[in-house]
Ligand binder design. Structure first.
Ligand code: MG
Length: 390
C-alpha cells in the first residue's frame, strides 16, 4: 500500500513529514490512502469539541448577531491563512490546517472573558490555560475511539496545539513539555498556525467591530496598516459604498501581512537553512515571523482593538455578565458536584479519589470549559432562576 504523503515530494526538508513523525501516544497502523496528518485533521473535524465551536464566542456573544465570528469561523479563517503560508514555504499544509482547526478546542464559552473567569476560579487548583485545555480535549476528554482515550494525534500536531504553557505544567507534560523548559521552538507548521491566528483575529475583529458600531473608519485610519489600504482603495474606486470598501480594505490588509510573513520567513529560513524539523526546533528564535515594520503596525492595530473594541463599554457589559455566569456555575458545581449531569458528577468523584480537591475542581472546569455560550446561559438559568424548569 502506498501511504506516502501526496505532497511529500513537494515538502522542504524542514517541513513535518510522516516518515519522521515522533508518532502517536498509542501506536496505530498507518492509515490507508491518507497521511498521518490528514488523519489528525479528520479526527479533529469529527470531534464533539470542534462542533461546539459553532456556538462559542470570539468577542461577541453568539446571540448578538448572525454575522459575527464564532470560534468555528475564526478557526476556519486561521486554517485558510495558515495553509496559504505553509504551501508558499513548502512545509506541511495539512498539519498546519490540523493545528489551526484544533487550536481553540479547549476554549471556554464567552471568549477571553470566560477563560479569564475560569482561570480565576481555578487559581487555587492549578489554574486554567486554554492551550493546555485544547491539548486535554484531544488527549483525554474526547470519547470516540475504542482503543484509546482522546483523538491520539501525532506529536507534531499536539506540539502545535500547545502554544503556550507554564513551567509548572511543562514539567508535568513529559516529552511535550520539554521544549518550554529547554526554550526550543516548535515546528514551522505550529509557528505558522500561531501567527495565522493573530492575523485572522486582528483582521476579522476590525470587520466585526465596524459591524457592531464600536469603531469607525475615521478611528481606523489612524492605524497605518488600515490607512495604507484605505488610501489605495479609495483612490482606485472613489465613491465605493462603505460595506464593499471595508471588505476590500480588510482583504488587502490580510494579503499585505501574509505576503510580508512569507517573505520574511523565507529570508530567515534561507539564512539559517535548517536541514530538518529538529534543526527548526533548535533555532534561537522562530523562523516564521513578520518584518519589523509590519510587526509594529500589526501590534498597533492589536492595541487599538484592545482599547476600542475589547474594552468598549458595550463589550465590557457583556464580558462582566459572562464572568458572573462562569463564577456562579463554578461555585455551585464545586460545592455540590451532584448538580452536574451524572456522567460529569462521576468523573468528579473519580478525579477527587485520585487527585483530591484539585481533581474535583478540574472535573468541574472540564464541564464548564466544554459548554457553548448558550448552554452556559441555559445552565445558569436552570440553577439560579427559580421560575426556570430544570
Ligand atoms: Mg484563536
Amino acid at each position: 500500500m502506498n501511504t506516502a504523503h501526496p505532497e511529500s515530494g513537494f515538502l522542504a526538508p524542514y517541513g513535518a513529514q510522516d516518515e519522521r513523525s515522533r508518532g502517536r501516544r498509542f501506536p496505530e497502523p498507518k492509515p490507508e490512502f491518507r497521511s498521518e496528518f490528514q488523519r489528525d485533521r479528520d479526527r479533529i473535524i469529527h470531534s464533539n469539541a470542534f462542533r461546539r465551536l459553532v456556538y462559542k464566542t470570539q468577542v461577541f456573544v453568539n446571540h448578538e448577531g448572525d454575522l459575527y465570528r464564532t470560534r468555528i469561523t475564526h478557526s476556519i479563517e486561521v486554517a485558510q491563512i495558515g495553509r496559504s503560508v505553509a504551501r508558499a514555504l513548502r512545509v506541511n499544509e495539512t498539519l498546519t490546517e490540523a493545528i489551526s482547526l484544533a487550536h481553540d478546542l479547549g476554549h471556554t464559552p464567552f471568549g477571553h472573558a470566560g477563560q479569564d473567569a475560569l482561570n480565576e476560579c481555578m487559581r487555587p487548583y492549578g489554574g486554567f490555560e486554554h492551550n493546555l485545555q485544547s491539548l486535554r480535549v484531544v488527549d483525554e476528554l474526547e470519547e470516540r475511539y475504542a482503543a484509546f482515550p482522546g483523538l491520539n494525534l501525532t506529536f507534531e500536531c499536539r506540539e502545535g496545539i500547545l502554544k503556550h504553557c507554564s513551567v509548572r505544567n511543562a514539567q508535568r507534560l513529559g516529552e511535550l513539555g520539554e521544549r518550554f523548559l529547554r526554550r526550543e521552538q516548535p515546528g514551522l507548521e505550529a509557528q505558522i498556525a500561531n501567527l495565522a491566528d493573530e492575523i485572522a483575529y486582528n483582521n476579522h475583529d476590525v470587520d466585526d467591530g465596524i459591524r457592531a458600531g464600536l469603531i469607525d473608519l475615521t478611528q481606523l485610519n489612524e492605524m497605518r496598516l488600515f490607512r495604507r489600504q484605505y488610501d489605495a482603495v479609495t483612490a482606485e474606486y472613489p465613491g465605493l459604498g462603505e460595506r464593499r470598501l471595508v471588505h476590500e480594505v480588510i482583504r488587502r490588509m490580510i494579503n499585505h501581512i501574509v505576503v510580508d510573513l512569507v517573505r520574511t520567513s523565507q529570508e530567515r529560513i534561507e539564512a539559517s537553512h535548517p536541514a530538518s524539523i529538529d534543526d527548526v526546533r533548535l533555532q534561537p528564535r522562530p523562523l516564521i515571523a513578520l518584518s519589523e515594520t509590519t510587526l509594529e503596525e500589526h501590534r498597533e492595530l492589536m492595541h487599538f482593538l484592545r482599547e476600542r473594541v475589547y474594552r468598549h463599554y458595550k463589550v465590557l457589559r457583556m464580558t462582566t455578565k459572562a464572568r458572573r455566569v462562569i463564577e456562579a456555575l463554578f461555585g455551585a458545581f464545586l460545592a455540590n458536584t451532584e448538580l452536574m449531569p451524572p456522567e460529569h458528577h462521576e468523573l468528579a468523584v473519580r478525579a477527587e479519589a485520585t487527585n483530591g480537591s484539585e481533581g474535583r475542581a478540574r472535573a468541574v472546569a472540564d464541564y464548564i470549559a466544554g459548554m457553548t455560550d448558550r448552554y452556559a446561559i441555559l445552565e445558569h438559568e436552570r440553577l439560579f432562576d427559580p421560575a426556570e424548569r430544570t
